[in-house]
Write a protein that binds this ligand. Structure first.
Ligand SMILES: Cc1ncc(COP(=O)(O)O)c(C=O)c1O
Length: 377
């Protein structure tokens, strides 16, 4: 036991020495939120709460028995007509033939990437894709190569060398840089090499597209994409994820995606929240516009423009190299009651440490001005 504890202590000591120790910090409601993924304010929306309460009462009145927990994985006791109805509704909303719910975006990304590409196949992934995609890739037996961020020339060079079935894993909006995948060009390139795109829409779901269907749908490219991962933990203010794709893909994932097969299904209440929040997406027109206005405002007023990453949406990042330096600015923000978090290495590469600022529908211009006064100081 002592040997094991020593190992834990040593690993943590290295993190401390590198100024990279992670620790939990419970949300402080008195702070101005520039940190959560609750883009549209749905986690705190009285409208959503009321809709969920009404739906919950309806479910109770129907005599649903397993109200509190699913009671098993979908393949055992955890399936429900409600889950199937929700999946059908989501497929219509996102314009896919079919789709499958997962317990989280993490489970969806690991599930699809670990199960679909096989030994002899090739996965090409943007160097900045989320850890959940990376972990899925690590679990896969396929060959995997990363390409430089959003660099389609590099991708094409790799596409020429790739063997077997080819999969290209990208994000719609990159979670740490906030910039957008060049989707039209990417789709054209992948079609040239018959490569299937797996697109993580975690940060675009609810925010892009006329009704919040994400960027692929918004750019009318959705039917040319093999799989889209729409997560509900961000703009939907909920939890879980939907893999939008063909009926064949759905059946395959039910049979081979281990996070789907071997994990207890989402409880009915979570399904009700997903249903009601996605139903609210189309009406969130002003909220979406306000977020982009704030982003514009922030970018136009920040003085050190060279530190700003080229992102037009709700994720704004100021690169402040060094864990120490970026932590110190984040602390100055916190002292002003601005909840802004530093992103440290090794979460991002050394020298790319940053202040990650998330703009929400409920942030005001004067809150952003307050933030600017610290950042411009
Ligand atoms: C780009 C991206 N993909 C996937 C995930 C994981 O989604 P979830 O939180 O639903 O597990 C995240 C979460 O931070 C993310 O930012």
């Amino acid at each position: 036991m002592i040997v094991h504890s020593q190992f834990l202590e040593d690993a943590l000591a290295i993190r401390k020495k590198d100024q990279a120790l992670r620790s939990l910090l419970p949300a402080d409601e008195s702070m101005i939120d520039f940190c959560s993924n609750d883009y549209l304010g749905f986690t705190r929306s009285p409208v959503l709460l009321e809709k969920v309460e009404t739906e919950w009462l309806r479910l109770k009145s129907l005599g649903e028995k397993q109200l509190l927990g699913a009671g098993g994985s979908r393949l055992l006791a955890g399936d429900s007509v409600y889950a199937h109805e929700l999946e059908n509704e989501l497929a219509v909303f996102y314009g896919s033939e079919s789709g499958l719910l997962f317990n989280s975006g993490y489970a969806a990304n690991t599930g699809i990437l670990a199960s679909v590409p096989q030994r002899g196949d090739t996965i090409l992934y943007d160097e900045l894709v989320h850890a959940s995609m990376r972990d899925g890739i690590r679990l896969s037996h396929a060959t995997a190569w990363s390409f430089a961020h959003n660099d389609l020339d590099h991708l094409e060079a790799l596409l020429r060398k790739a063997q077997g079935r080819i999969f290209v894993a990208v994000e719609a909006f990159y979670s740490m840089d906030g910039d957008e995948v060049p989707l039209t060009e990417l789709v054209g390139l992948c079609e040239k090499y018959q490569a299937a795109i797996i697109l993580d829409e975690a940060h675009s779901n609810g925010l892009y597209g006329e009704h919040g269907e994400g960027i692929a749908f918004g750019q009318k490219l959705h039917s040319r994409i093999f799989a889209r991962i729409l997560t509900f933990g961000k703009a939907a203010g909920s939890h879980g994820a939907f893999v939008a794709g063909s009926a064949l893909l759905r059946e395959y994932l039910i049979n081979f995606a281990r996070p789907f097969i071997y994990s207890t299904a989402l409880p009915l209440h979570d399904l009700a929240v997903i249903r009601e929040s996605v139903r609210l997406f189309p009406a969130a027109i002003q909220e979406r516009a306000h977020i982009f206005d704030l982003a514009n405002f922030f970018r136009s007023k920040i003085e050190n423009k060279h530190l700003l990453l080229p992102a037009l949406g709700p994720i704004q990042a100021l690169v402040i190299p060094g864990n120490d330096s970026v932590r110190s600015i984040a602390q100055k923000c916190r002292a002003e009651k601005l909840d802004v978090r530093p992103v440290l290495s090794p979460t991002v590469g050394q020298g790319k440490e940053r202040l990650r600022i998330i703009l929400h529908a409920y942030n005001t211009k004067s809150e952003v001005e307050k933030l600017l006064s610290v950042c411009n100081n």
